[in-house]
Design a protein around this ligand. Structure first.
Ligand code: CA
Length: 224
């Protein structure tokens, strides 16, 4: 199991990340200021570090520079509300591996976490399957039997979330945070609307409504 250190002072974002990363099987630890963050990062106990720049005691960039003096290897993904190009460049110069501007969608951060962790171990499959439906992560297309479907970016992100958890009930809240991000209104019906779009494209029987709980991707047709 990969261990991820989250250095972030905003409780809402920390909770969102911890919950999301734990749900897909990562072990997480949290530091809410630069001092603790650096001390924990230096233990070498983590496979990846998610680092906020706006910390209460010191700037995250200083944490990164100090860490890189002794540890040039552990991947660091910077998370920040400062999103201009100059910041990106100085973050990467200071030894960050990637840079995610806030607000971010969970799936976007997750994709980057996977890439950084993957560089250190065996590749993961690039095609996810459920019955005769297949989702290709490289070409970002979905096909059913031999028929290829056009999906918008948001529809693809939603489909990807389902295909990563086939047969599992996903709540509206889970889907909302995975695909739309933590800053999205929890009262929104956007999940239901997009599930409707996906059903129209994939076929109505593939995404089942589980009353009072959420939605589930069904394997329909023979496995390909
Ligand atoms: Ca902050």
């Amino acid at each position: 199991m990969s261990r991820i250190l989250i250095v972030e002072d905003e409780a809402r974002i920390t909770a969102f990340l911890e919950k999301g990363l734990a749900a897909i099987g990562y072990a997480t630890s949290v530091a809410s200021d630069a001092r603790d963050g650096l001390a924990m990062a230096r233990t070498g106990d983590f496979d990846l570090i998610v680092l906020d720049l706006g910390l209460p005691d010191r700037d995250g960039m200083e944490v990164l520079r100090d860490l890189r003096e002794t540890d040039g290897r552990t991947p660091v993904i910077i998370l920040t509300a400062r999103a201009d190009v100059g910041d990106t460049v100085s973050g990467l110069d200071a030894g960050a591996d990637d840079y995610v501007p806030k607000p971010f969608r969970f799936e976007e951060l997750l994709a980057r976490v996977r890439v950084r962790l993957r560089e250190r171990r065996a590749p993961e499959p690039t095609v996810l399957r459920a019955g005769d439906a297949a989702l290709d992560l490289r070409t970002r297309r979905v096909s059913i039997a031999d028929r290829s479907l056009e999906l918008t970016a948001r529809e693809f992100a939603l489909a990807e979330t389902f295909f990563r958890h086939p047969g599992q009930v996903l709540s509206r809240e889970q889907l909302l945070s995975h695909v739309w991000g933590y800053d999205y209104d929890p009262g929104s019906n956007v999940v239901d609307v997009y599930v409707g779009y996906l059903r129209r494209k994939l076929g109505g029987d593939r995404i089942r409504t589980v009353r009072g709980m959420g939605y589930r991707l069904e394997a329909v047709g023979p496995a390909t």
